[in-house]
Design a protein around this ligand. Sequence first.
Ligand code: UD1
Ligand code: UDP
Length: 358
Amino acid sequence: MKLLTIIGARPQFIKAATVSRVIAGRDDITEILVHTGQHYDANMSDIFFEEMHIPKPDHHLGIGGGGHGQMTGRQLEAIERVLLEEKPDRVLVYGDTNSTLAGTLAAVKLHIPVAHVEAGLRSFNRRMPEEINRVLTDHAADLLFAPTETAVANLRAEGLPADRIKLPGDVMYDAALFYRGLARRPDWFAGHGLSEGAFVLATVHRAENTDDPARLAGIFAGLAQSALPVVLPLHPRTRGRLDAAGITPAPNIHIVPPVGYLEMVWLEAACQMIASDSGGVQKEAYFHGRRCVILRDETEWVELVEAGWNVIAGADTARIAAALADPPPTGETTQLYGAGDAASLTLDILVDMTVSGG
Ligand code: UD1
Ligand code: UDP
């Protein structure tokens, strides 16, 4: 089977790394990798390919930046050209970025079956660009790989047929298990006077936070009240918005450039607690037995909130400060995201796939 995978943004590199590694060990799949270029800085893209041994993309489209319509439209046009040239049997897309939507649209219009990994996640907030991307992708795709029971229920509630939906688990859990042993302490860690187990790890990049100066200020004021130092590998989008909003992070907030996955895994395991608006980081907190204070008003990963593990604090300074002061949960984490074999289950199903009509 010739499988064409479309990726473009940081979380997709991490998901694809795990799946591509399993593909490399099989002889029934040939993978063609397409990088749209949505993320392009070395520490947002190249570092993941190098550290996680992701194969060099067969096609790099170099399309990043710009507005949603411009980015998605240019990617759609360029991906169509690649699909016509490569003629794959299946297309694989991940998550909910503009690259996901562009890849899906290009493929379905050429009648190439599309499989969506991380299908069925919903925030029910249509103002999030990701929500639009994932709803449209799920309704256009032929095969939907849901990471959780909740995601399956969301897809069924939208009338998507049961034979299109599969529940292999979450490939990010596979990644967490595989890369845990390769975690690497960042060189700068000691230089900041930080101690293991005694810092909060934070990330902030969601458009709803970065593009609203009041929310951004609320989050940084909340982090400023943390009793422990805060380490914040800063997404380039947020860097620009902080400057524009005139927000100077408090001295207890240690801003560092985005880190590679191996360093991120080390930080997630070494911190006391996490505060983040990232989808992936919310779950990784759980994989490492850490609480995530969610810097959003809702989450797609509701099972972690329902289990009392993660806490939604929004951009509200007092709620963030209170959640950071609350003793973190202890004890074993039960497994909500599969058995760590989601990538190989996904590929088995993909190889056997018969596309349902409809
Ligand atoms: C995108 C995804 C989001 C995902 C996130 C992961 C969409 C709509 N959003 O958001 O779902 O959670 O990636 O990180 O697809 N920039 C750089 N260098 C880079 C990448 C981005 O400077 O390598 C800056 C640019 O100013 C760019 C801005 O960040 O315009 C936003 O990048 P973009 O890819 O549009 O959105 P993200 O916020 O990264
Ligand atoms: N991540 C990373 N370095 C960082 C910040 C995040 O490697 O500096 C990883 C993180 O561990 C997770 C993924 O990037 O695996 C999440 O990506 P992001 O938060 O950008 O996107 P989201 O998951 O919200 O779509």
